[in-house]
Design a protein around this ligand. Structure first.
Ligand SMILES: C[S@@+](CC[C@H](N)C(=O)[O-])C[C@H]1O[C@@H](n2cnc3c(N)ncnc32)[C@H](O)[C@@H]1O
Ligand code: SF4
Ligand code: SF4
Length: 412
């Protein structure tokens, strides 16, 4: 067990299982040691399954390389967006039929900008039975489209980087602030609507304000640090320590709004908390190693299949569309990328709470996936704050404990 001190309390953590105990005394209480001894082997089994199981539950489906915007940090290379390859409906249909053999349940239409091929996507949503989602910049989304998506229970993600109009329009294109605010009105509290904020140099100080702005309008916001997958992304990366302070303030604001009756959760933080409270049930797969790329999900594009969207344009990771049925035998290089193989991460107490993301970012920066993340300190601060939130009794304001209780009882 590793022992760490956060503010005025102690935490003992077994990094192999993420078993932990918070205590004030000098030593961890004897009965907790006994419990740990009793269940460690079972927890190890669960962690192993969670980390290494290959099961494609989700497909990110990119029917087009075209985009109607030009965000400076976009991980899709400008040459790809400029080339603009697209799927025709026959190809899309064929893919949706074939991924059924992989036991895929969720299909998320993703970028470049999926609404540039709206008719194709809506036709597929009418024809197939998957849990559908769409991630969009929203520019082309009309009131009629919103009705269609709401009617079919589609998960809708809107990109939105700042409640300051000038920064939003600078990052996401002229008129974007206006468009997103009108879409938030149109969707009017639709429960499957969420927002992605890409944290960067120009907006990290806005994170708490963004939470205030969104509270009461949506219940979930993802706040993802910009990945240095592209040069533009690297140039816009914020200072990891400074940005973590604003992120933590945003988390605290979200908790306060939730307590005041306007539930709003920052998905990335909730996932880190899940990594502590129910480590083998984490939904997002970025903070575990190997990550979910090419293991729990893939990104299917007009030019082939990539382990994750962040790898788009890196030909060494691309598999031809003809291999869809054989994806289990591809992507070994990403699936073998474990924290145990990475210098400082190997002995880090938080290694199975952080996972050292993101392999695509690290690879494009260093030419290898086996370096430590630029965001290491950001993650450390976030995990420490998660323990603070647990310690002060605010867990329920971030994750719904009731639904986890059954799993918890089974584990213990
Ligand atoms: C690539 S876009 C595709 C869908 C659509 N065009 C959109 O912008 O929502 C998906 C999400 O990835 C985010 N994104 C783009 N480049 C990124 C990067 N380098 N690091 C992290 N997120 C990034 C965008 O802000 C957006 O929220
Ligand atoms: S982030 Fe989305 S909207 Fe922006 S350039 Fe990339 S694909 Fe287009
Ligand atoms: S990136 Fe940092 S916090 Fe994450 S596992 Fe590596 S050393 Fe630990």
């Amino acid at each position: 067990m590793d022992l760490i001190r956060i503010d005025d309390f102690n935490v003992a953590i077994d990094p192999e299982t993420n078993f932990w105990s918070i205590f004030d005394e000098e030593d961890m209480p004897e009965e907790v040691f006994d419990l740990f001894d009793r269940i460690r082997d079972r927890l190890l089994e669960k962690m192993k399954k969670y980390r290494f199981e290959v099961e494609f539950k989700t497909v990110y489906l990119n029917p087009t390389e075209k985009c109607n915007a030009c965000c400076p940090y976009c991980y899709i290379p400008p040459e790809t967006r400029g080339r603009g390859m697209e799927m025709d409906y026959k190809t899309l249909r064929d893919i949706l039929e074939r991924v059924e053999t992989l036991s895929v349940e969720n299909v998320i239409f993703h970028g470049a900008e999926p609404l540039t091929v709206r008719d194709l996507i809506f036709k597929a949503m009418n024809e197939f039975d998957y849990n559908f989602g769409i991630q969009t910049n929203g520019f082309l989304l009309t009131e009629e489209d919103a009705d269609f998506l709401i009617d079919r229970d589609v998960n809708v993600g809107l990109s939105f980087d700042s409640h300051h109009r000038e920064i939003e329009d600078l990052l996401r294109g002229n008129g974007h602030y206006e468009k997103i605010t009108s879409l938030l009105d149109i969707f009017d509290g639709y429960r499957r609507l969420n927002v992605i904020t890409t944290i960067n140099k120009l907006n990290y100080e806005h994170l708490p304000g963004i939470v205030d702005f969104l509270a009461g309008k949506i219940e979930a916001v993802l706040m993802n640090p910009v990945r240095g997958t592209s040069r533009g992304g690297r140039e816009l990366r914020p200072d990891p320590v400074k940005s973590s302070k604003y992120f933590i303030e945003a988390v605290n604001r979200a908790i306060n709004h939730t307590k005041d009756g306007n539930r709003i959760v920052i998905g990335d933080f909730a996932n880190i908390m899940l990594g502590i409270v129910a480590p083998y049930s984490r939904v997002l797969q970025c903070d575990i190693s190997p990550c979910g790329a090419g293991r729990r999900f893939v990104s299917i594009c007009p030019d082939g299949v990539y382990p994750c969207g962040e790898f788009i344009g890196m030909n060494e990771f691309r598999v031809p569309l003809s291999e869809i049925e054989n994806l289990y035998s591809h992507f070994d290089s990403v699936r073998n990328r474990t924290v145990e193989r990475i210098g400082e991460c190997r002995d880090c107490t938080f290694r199975n709470m952080c996972g050292n993301p993101c392999p695509a970012e690290i690879y494009s920066e260093h030419g290898t996936m086996f370096e430590k993340s630029y965001y290491c300190e950001f993650y450390k601060n976030m995990i420490e704050h998660a323990f603070r939130v647990i310690r002060r009794g605010d867990t329920e304001s971030v994750i719904r404990l009731k639904s986890l209780k059954k799993m918890y009882e089974l584990t213990v």
